[in-house]
Design a protein around this ligand. Structure first.
Ligand code: UT7
Length: 334
């Protein structure tokens, strides 16, 4: 019997208009363009301002509209919507339901998936299982975050890093051997103290005190997270190559989570990949959390060829991390 794989058949992306440059940040907190550039690789990030729109669903819907326009997807055929996000529109009522309704996916069900910066890679894995089971034929996976809604713009250790953005892919069955081939997904809860939001959950519900102490913003012990990220992202990327007998020549693209250019370089080096094979947009968008991987696909889609071997790699709060290997299925004529 022919094996069914889940293939990406359409891609979309969106970033908001407002650009927060390193220069402007120099006037907001005690930092410099030089520090941000050399320590992270970021030059500017996009933020969603109220005048443009509000909420992660706004970013997600824009990304899907971009996909629909380019690939001619009929949204009423979509059966399932997964929104990977760490910044849902609201704590209760899944953002995916709103997105599905707004895009006209009236025959779909939807839910959110949260695994911090690994949300999109986990969601790709989840979506692919629904396709492989044979039960669904069109699964939309969105990675979207309005990070500016949970960032303290007086905290220089986080506000220089994050940005807002969204990307999406459509998954469909493929019987030619293209699509998702393999994945390695991991997590380790002992790392959660290093990257978290203390308040607003069930342990510390929001109160006047949590607001007064800024406990509803992201806190990160960057150096600790860096140590784990740099080792674990490279480890799983090397492992997925080994167990699929891929040499560095066999891999056409690395799609890495965009948290820090130094972490991306370390992963690419371990995989033996030249810089030209590494998708990078951290310079322009910063770390968009769940948006980084699909926004890379959105930016590089014209350079991808049917059959290309692509390795995704991510690391995030939780800790969560993983790698995923797929064969690109879209014909360049699209
Ligand atoms: O995406 C989810 C997963 N997240 C990650 O993978 C992030 C991993 N971590 C990192 O990317 C890096 O740790 C950061 C970019 C967050 C920080 O870079 P670093 O090289 O690890 O810096 P550090 O935290 O070790 O800080 C070095 C110095 C400190 O000063 P002292 O103690 O040496 O005097 C910081 O206070 O840099 C200082 N510093 C800053 N200086 C200027 C921290 N933030 C800034 C800043 N501007 N924005």
């Amino acid at each position: 019997m022919t094996q069914v794989k889940a293939a990406i058949t359409a891609v979309g992306g969106f970033v908001p208009e407002f650009r927060l440059t390193n220069k402007v940040l120099e006037g907001m907190v005690d930092t410099t363009d030089d520090w941000i550039t050399t320590r992270t690789g970021i030059k500017e990030r996009r933020l969603l301002k109220k005048e443009e729109g509000s909420g992660t669903s706004y970013l997600a819907v824009k990304a899907v509209e971009n996909m629909v326009e380019r690939y001619g997807v009929d949204t009423s055929d979509i059966e399932m919507v997964i929104v990977a996000t760490a910044t849902p529109d609201m704590p209760v009522a899944a953002t995916a339901c709103k997105v599905a309704t707004d895009i006209g996916a009236k025959n779909a069900f939807g839910y959110d998936l949260m695994a911090a910066c690994s949300s999109f890679i986990y969601a790709l894995s989840t979506g692919s299982k629904y396709i492989q089971s044979g039960q669904y034929k069109k699964v939309l996976v969105v990675g979207a975050d309005q990070m500016s809604s949970i960032i303290d713009y007086t905290d220089r250790t986080t506000c220089v890093i994050f940005g807002d953005g969204a990307g999406c892919v459509l998954l469909e069955p493929n019987t030619e051997g293209l699509g998702i081939q393999d994945e390695i997904l991991r997590s380790d809860g002992s790392g959660r103290e290093y990257l978290k939001i203390d308040a607003g959950g069930s342990i510390l519900p929001a109160s006047a005190e949590t607001v007064a102490t800024n406990a509803h913003y992201v806190k990160q012990e960057g150096r600790q997270v860096f140590k784990f990220a740099v080792t674990n992202m490279a480890d799983v990327s090397e492992q997925i190559m080994k167990r699929n007998n891929l040499s560095s020549d066999d891999v056409q693209w690395l799609v890495p989570h965009q948290a820090n250019l130094r972490i991306i370089d370390a992963t690419a080096n371990r995989m033996g990949l030249d810089k030209e094979k590494v998708m990078i947009n951290i310079t322009r968008y910063g770390n968009t959390t769940s948006g980084t991987l699909p926004l890379c696909l959105y930016d590089y889609q014209d350079q991808l060829k049917k059959g290309d071997n692509i390795v995704f790699a991510a690391f995030g709060g939780g800790f969560t991390w993983g790698s995923l290997y797929l064969k690109w299925a879209i014909d360049p004529k699209n």
